[in-house]
Design a protein around this ligand. Structure first.
Ligand code: NAP
Length: 247
């Protein structure tokens, strides 16, 4: 049984989709949570996590592509909780377009939210974790950073970049007991994939060896494992959660 009692995790993009499920699964293992999102809505997803699992869960409104905002919020979280054991860099967006039609802003915003945020958030917590000589950083990559799709030059570049920064940071932090790994989800049932046309969903699903789309829970279970003491000897890795699609 994975036991995360006594740990504190920051999860970005935490109020819906995969990020919310990651928060719920970590909380179900006893982890306290700082749930970051660009908008917190009415805060009900955060209060439900606290109520359902009896952990401390606080919400923080923050645009992860804004360096000053991230640095201020991370300082606040360390002050509020006293320590941070796990950082899950999950927030991400898509702005798909064929390359010839892709606007500069569509390229830049995806790089800023999906990749630059990993740099900014990791830098904001690195001194704290290295000082504690303990920490887990888990970055959300994608199968589309490995086996890429047309119309996703921005997204594919951002997720390939997430894999690169994961491996570099793993080497940099290893001597201080901080592990850095990435998860590469395949085709997961969320709002992000609901935007796709039904024919595309059918085509992609038919190509998955396990014959079905994944769920946010499948991704969250992998995060819980990488956050646990049982994963202490794993760093610099990319764990595919894709039903065998990238085999
Ligand atoms: P999602 O349902 O769209 O959720 C993403 C969350 O991130 C939302 O709460 C969103 O807030 C938030 N967010 C967006 N921009 C932000 C910013 N600048 N600062 C802070 N938070 C921000 O996406 P998802 O499907 O759960 O995906 C989560 C992660 O998994 C992403 O990194 C994605 O690339 C990756 N992934 C997903 C799949 C899949 O099949 N779904 C596959 C591979 C990888 P708003 O709702 O307000 O925009």
């Amino acid at each position: 049984m994975i036991d995360l009692k006594g740990k504190v995790a920051i999860v970005t993009g935490a109020t819906r989709g995969i990020g919310l499920e990651i928060s719920r699964v970590l909380a179900s293992r006893g982890c306290d949570l700082a749930m970051l999102d660009i908008q917190l809505g009415d805060g009900s997803s955060i209060s439900e996590v606290a109520k359902d699992f009896g952990v401390v869960a606080k919400g923080y409104a923050c645009d992860v592509s804004n360096t000053e905002a991230v640095e201020a919020v991370f300082k606040q979280i360390i002050a509020d909780f006293g320590k941070v054991s796990v950082l899950v860099n999950n927030a991400g967006i898509t702005r798909d377009a064929l390359l010839m039609r892709m606007k500069d802003d569509e390229f830049d915003s995806v790089i800023a939210v999906n990749l630059r945020s990993v740099f900014v958030c990791t830098r904001a917590i690195s001194r704290h974790m290295m000082g504690n000589r303990a920490g887990r950083i888990i970055n959300m990559a994608s199968i589309n950073g490995i086996r890429c799709q047309a119309g996703q030059a921005n997204y594919a570049a951002s997720k390939a970049g997430v894999i690169g920064i994961t491996k570099s940071n793993a080497m940099e932090f290893a001597s201080r007991g901080v592990t850095v790994n990435a998860i590469a989800p395949g085709f997961i049932r969320t709002a992000m994939t609901e935007k796709l046309p039904a024919e595309a969903v059918a085509k992609y699903t038919a190509a998955i060896p396990l014959q079905s789309m994944g769920s946010p829970r499948d991704v969250a279970n992998a995060v819980a494992f990488l956050a646990s003491d049982e994963a202490a000897y794993i760093t610099g890795q990319v764990l595919g959660v894709d039903g065998g699609l990238n085999s």
